[in-house]
Design a binder for this molecule. Structure first.
Ligand code: UD1
Ligand code: MG
Length: 454
């Protein structure tokens, strides 16, 4: 049976004062992705009919990162209930059965948990509100869930809680599934008679209970529900997310020798039988295909590594680097916006930028593409099977034909035809005996200086 449509409201208008940042809180990143995008990525597989993100005026940067969502503006930060109310007009023509309210600052939430929330909301008798509960360890600032006879009766914010309510272990994660028909009236009944003088969304539970409407709880692991309020929370969430991403990579058939030293982005894609040695960082946009081997101390961003390629140690792949199948990229090699052909090798100390390297080409140690003249970026093309001698400087735009051979230490400024041998270096001059003569002269001078001092 097809489930009835629902809408998602993501609250993200809060100031995030505790972050001490010029950036809106939900734009801070974990695993290379803004917090708010993690939340949207968790909801997306459930195909909400509409997703509304509630922002404060001036949060254009956030709006730009969530193009798939409808943006509603909360003009004044008067609390989570007030923020939800700001999204209600955008629901008017959506004809949905449920509304999921999520916080933009809980990035570890999973799709499975949200699905369980919707299922619990619809279970007969249908609940007015389902709240996602958790049992975090130690003292926390979360709202407490007051339960009686299996029914959720109220949520009490910590600042408003009595001593005995503070002892309750079951806490509010902030996520709610609400009957869409009831939502406007529940929000309309909110007041501000509380410690913060705000419209608390959490108060809709007590309001629904006063009307005899059922409210229930779904529980999820506290790990999944951490809310980010400070930089310390951000670091803790990053650690949890990395653990998840490493586990997923290994479950997918990758070997991580020391998983705790390898860092992924939320969008990193890793194939089967990939091996990753200790200390590797994958920024956003990285794809590592089957059987590739990544050696230690590599940093990748926006790069694709083909099947069976060997990369590192100490390789840096920047955006637009596409390493072909079975190619080798070695020590201290930087590749940017360049395609490295199948089986090609650049094993030592090179910069390859804005280039196309043909299959099986060999790039000698220290080869540099001079892609930038201070004004424009220019292309270097190297044909299949070409051999570029060590310490070659390729001044772009320039191309080296297939099968060509460049002598070591050449500076190549014009195109080299296929299969040509090309050299451009000063001729070598040998002066027999001159080194010995120089040595004798300098030693005699030094001895004379020492004698003078004595
Ligand atoms: C809230 C809950 C608390 C819960 C905790 C879980 C309320 C009253 N309290 O507290 O029970 O345990 O989350 O993390 O709901 N926001 C707006 N507009 C506002 C205020 C907040 O959009 O006027 C947004 C924030 O951007 C944030 C979310 O709502 O994404 C939660 O706000 P926050 O201030 O972090 O609430 P907590 O104090 O953490
Ligand atoms: Mg919070």
């Amino acid at each position: 049976m097809k489930s009835p449509p629902f809408a998602a409201i993501v609250l993200a208008a809060g100031k995030g004062t505790r972050m001490k940042s010029d950036l809106p809180k939900v734009m801070h990143r974990i695993a290379g992705r803004p917090l708010v995008q993690h939340v949207l990525a968790a909801v997306a597989p459930l195909a909400p009919r509409r997703t509304i993100v509630v922002l404060a005026p001036g949060m254009e940067t956030v709006a730009a990162t969530v193009p798939e969502a409808t943006v509603a503006i909360q003009h004044e930060a008067l609390g989570t209930g007030h923020a939800t109310l700001a999204a209600v007009p955008a629901l008017a023509d959506a004809s949905v059965a449920d509304v999921l309210v999520l916080f933009g600052d809980t990035p570890l939430l999973t799709t499975e948990t949200l699905q369980a929330m919707l299922a619990e909301r619809r279970r007969t008798p249908a609940a007015a509100v389902v709240v996602l509960g958790m049992r975090p360890e130690g003292p926390t600032e979360y709202g407490r869930l007051v339960v009686a006879d299996g029914m959720l009766e109220a949520i009490v914010e910590i600042k408003d809680a009595t001593a005995s309510q503070r002892e309750i272990g079951l806490c509010n994660s902030g996520v709610m599934a609400i009957d869409a028909k009831l939502l406007p009236a529940l929000l309309g009944a909110l007041g501000t008679d509380n410690a913060k003088g705000e419209y608390y969304l959490t108060d809709i539970v007590a309001i629904a209970r006063r009307q005899g409407l059922p409210c229930r709880i779904v529980e999820a692991p506290a790990e999944e529900l951490v809310g980010i309020n400070s930089r310390a929370d951000l670091a803790a969430a990053e650690a949890l997310m990395q653990r998840r991403l490493r586990a997923a990579a290994m479950a997918g058939g990758a070997t991580l020798t020391a998983p705790e030293t390898v860092f992924f982005s939320a969008d990193t894609r890793i194939g089967r039988d990939v091996t990753i040695a200790p200390y590797v960082v994958c920024g956003p946009g990285v794809v590592i295909e089957d059987r590739a081997e990544i050696l230690s101390f590599c940093h990748f961003t926006g790069a694709r590594i083909g099947e069976g390629a060997i990369v590192g140690p100490y390789a840096r792949l920047r955006p637009g680097a596409a390493i072909g199948a079975d190619a080798h990229i070695g020590n201290f090699v930087e590749v940017k916006q360049a395609t490295i052909g199948r089986g090609a090798k650049a094993n030592h100390l090179s910069y390859i930028g804005d280039a196309e390297i043909g299959a099986g080409a060999n790039i000698g140690a220290g080869t540099i593409t001079c892609n930038y003249d201070g004004f424009t970026k220019e292309q270097t093309r190297i044909g299949a099977g070409a051999f570029i001698g060590s310490n070659t400087v390729l001044v772009a735009p320039v191309s080296v034909g297939a099968g060509a051979y460049i002598g070591a230490a050449s500076t190549i400024v014009s195109d080299v035809p296929d299969d040509a041998l090309s050299l451009s270096r000063a001729p070598q001059v040998d002066k027999p005996g001159r080194a010995a003569a120089l040595r004798a002269k300098r030693s005699a001078a030094k001895a004379a200086r020492k004698g003078g001092q004595g």
